[in-house]
Design a protein around this ligand. Structure first.
Ligand code: ADP
Ligand code: MG
Length: 582
């Protein structure tokens, strides 16, 4: 993916580059520290159950605007409630997915389980939702102040602020930057400037002090910090909401541990208070234990459903170890879907029983979200068996379906949101987080989306109903992909405005990569965890539960860490009135 040269750059937590000697020493230490603190994974290229590699990580934490971080944290319980209500709205789920399941076999299989469960009645009415709402800052936001826009232009080739001034005036092409709906108000860039904006712009032009700095071969433009800070303070947009296998409950906090160590080693312990506390592991595991308490059988166990091979092993075992250390009376088991098919059966009261008569209270799915996890009908039968059992599922089938991209697209329409959120303020706040999401169903609206995607593909990402990364189609690849589909097949997909996050610059450390690392342009994606427990009538627990930050090269489309493109990171919170890095 190409990056707009006008993309703003967030200021760094500390001044980079580091002197080479110091960089080599601290990176070597940090790699060992990462392995020894579980910021690690199994190697895909050289797999062994007996060893771990450190997970790719960003050496020092990436900046993130404090105000936007706090907004995301505060919003999570509202998003939890929204998703809980959506999951329990049978009519909404059924109509929203009606077209999709005609052509998407995987979603249809999930939906069939849902249909059968509905027909027989839910054996277990309580669901455990462990959600993760993923978001990116949007630098192409139309509410971005003229100051920020000016700064966007300053990184341009000519060192002048003209491109940005043009953008602020609404005449810049923006390099194909799509303007999402921000603050609920979609504004066109092609609008007249207000007098206030013109004044602001003139002031900023006067204040701009461009100085070219070369950082490890990367040429950047820097400006007086007073002006460039504004660029960071835009809105953020939701990338997706995960309702199944929301990972990084351990790796999120572990990233903070590693980066805190690095900052201390580099003599920047004073920066640590700007790294927010992250209780993701405890928050999620306590959620499982609360569900276990609701099940209320002292001998019952918590079951993790796992892939045949778990590369991301630390992010599962640490959950298990946390539960065993803090609640030693609760046993944790791990089984694949295939093993559940072989071993599992229902008791007299539809209890899920594993061999030896072990009764399962809570099922935590870390697999089952992609077709490859179901090798045959056996695995689907196992999923159905669990679904009809008395065990509390994370997620239950209705929660799984509520997390599909199609449902996210439907929710982004204001009239739909009204159905699930009563409070007008809450509705406004949630409405703001959606960027443009468009149906590709076989109808008039879907056809209009199709035409729009063919006209300006660079503004969009095309998404199927899949999880786990690597399934989306980006920008210029979209027309070919769409043209290969029939009109009906398109309804398995949705179209979404591409979000344009600001850049950060830093060192990405990867197993097997050259030492010392070089400074690269990166973008980050913040995930906020939420736990919600309840049934169709009431919510018993609802809280925000920590966060995770994943960072990828700015040129990469996707940033899955397990997929090898992203790196562990954690937010370093910055304020608009901060002094420049030192
Ligand atoms: P998955 O369920 O496979 O994780 P996502 O919707 O999260 O699918 O997309 C995968 C990745 O693609 C995201 O983590 C993000 O890096 C990138 N991505 C997805 N949607 C957008 C978007 N609208 N704008 C920019 N990047 C996106
Ligand atoms: Mg994702």
């Amino acid at each position: 993916m190409s990056v707009d040269p006008n993309t703003p750059v967030l200021r760094n937590c500390i001044r980079l580059p580091l002197p080479e000697d110091e960089l080599i020493e601290v990176t070597a230490k940090a790699k060992d520290y990462a392995i020894m603190h579980g910021a690690a994974m199994r190697s895909k290229s050289n797999f062994s159950e007996d060893s771990l590699n450190f997970a790719p990580f960003v050496l020092v934490p990436s900046s993130f605007p404090r105000k936007e971080f706090e907004k995301a944290v505060a919003l999570q319980p509202i998003i939890n409630r929204l998703m809980h209500n959506v999951a329990h709205d049978e009519e909404f789920i059924t109509t929203t997915l009606a077209e999709t399941i005609k052509v998407d076999e995987f979603t249809a299989n999930l939906f069939n389980i849902y249909r059968k469960v509905l027909a027989h009645g839910f054996t277990q009415r309580t669901s455990l939702g462990m959600l993760r709402s993923d978001l990116m800052l949007e630098s192409g936001c139309p509410e971005l102040s003229p100051k920020a826009l000016l700064w966007r232009g300053e990184a341009g080739e000519d060192g002048e602020a003209t491109a940005a001034a043009a953008a602020a005036a609404g005449t810049g092409s923006g390099g194909g930057v799509g303007v999402g709906v921000c603050g609920g108000k979609a504004k066109s860039r092609a609008r007249a400037k207000t007098m206030e904006e013109e004044e602001d712009e003139a002031t900023v032009k006067r204040n701009v002090q461009l100085s070219r700095a070369t950082v490890s071969g990367v040429s950047t433009a820097t400006v007086a910090s007073k002006d460039r800070k504004a660029a960071a303070y835009c809105c953020w947009k939701q990338v997706e909401i995960n309702t199944i296998a929301s990972g990084f409950g351990h790796l999120g906090p572990a990233s903070k541990t590693v980066q805190s160590f690095v900052l201390r080693e580099l003599g920047h312990a004073d920066k640590l208070p700007n790294m927010p506390h992250n209780n993701a592991l405890a928050g999620l595991c306590d959620g499982m234990v609360k569900a276990w308490d609701i099940y209320a059988k002292p001998q019952s166990v918590i079951l993790f459903i796992i892939e045949d091979v778990s590369y991301n092993i630390c992010d599962q075992r640490f959950h298990e170890f946390y539960i065993r250390e803090n609640y030693p009376h609760i046993k944790v088991l791990r089984r694949t879907l295939t093993e559940v098919h072989r071993e599992g059966k229902l008791g007299l009261n539809k209890e899920l029983l594993l061999s030896g008569g072990l009764e399962v209270a809570v099922i935590y799915f870390r697999a089952g979200y992609e077709p490859g996890h179901y090798h045959s009908q056996d695995e689907w039968d196992a999923r159905y068996l669990m679904e009809t059992s008395l065990a509390i599922k994370c997620p239950s089938i209705q929660y799984h379906l509520a997390g599909t991209k199609k449902v996210q697209q439907a929710l982004a329409q204001p009239a739909v949101l009204e159905r699930f959120i009563n409070d007008p303020e809450e509705m406004k706040a949630v409405g703001k987080i959606f960027t443009g999401l468009y149906s590709l169903d076989d109808n008039e609206a879907g056809n209009a989306t199709y035409e729009m995607a063919l006209r300006t593909p660079e503004k969009f990402v095309l998404k199927p109903q899949r999880e786990g990364g690597g399934n989306n189609v980006y920008g210029v690849d979209i027309p070919d992909a769409l043209k290969r589909m029939s009109r009906v097949e398109r309804s398995a997909w949705i179209l979404m405005d591409l979000i344009h996050p600001p850049l950060t610059k830093g060192y990405m450390v990867r197993p097997g990569a050259e030492m010392p690392p070089t400074i690269v342009d990166m973008v980050s994606e913040l995930g906020i965890f939420g736990v919600v427990i309840g049934d169709a009538d009431q919510i018993i627990h609802n809280y925000q539960a920590g966060h995770m930050l994943r960072t990828k090269l700015s040129t990469a489309n996707e940033g899955g860490v397990a997929a090898g493109l992203g790196a562990l990171d954690s937010p370093y919170l910055i304020d608009s009135d901060d002094e420049d890095e030192n």
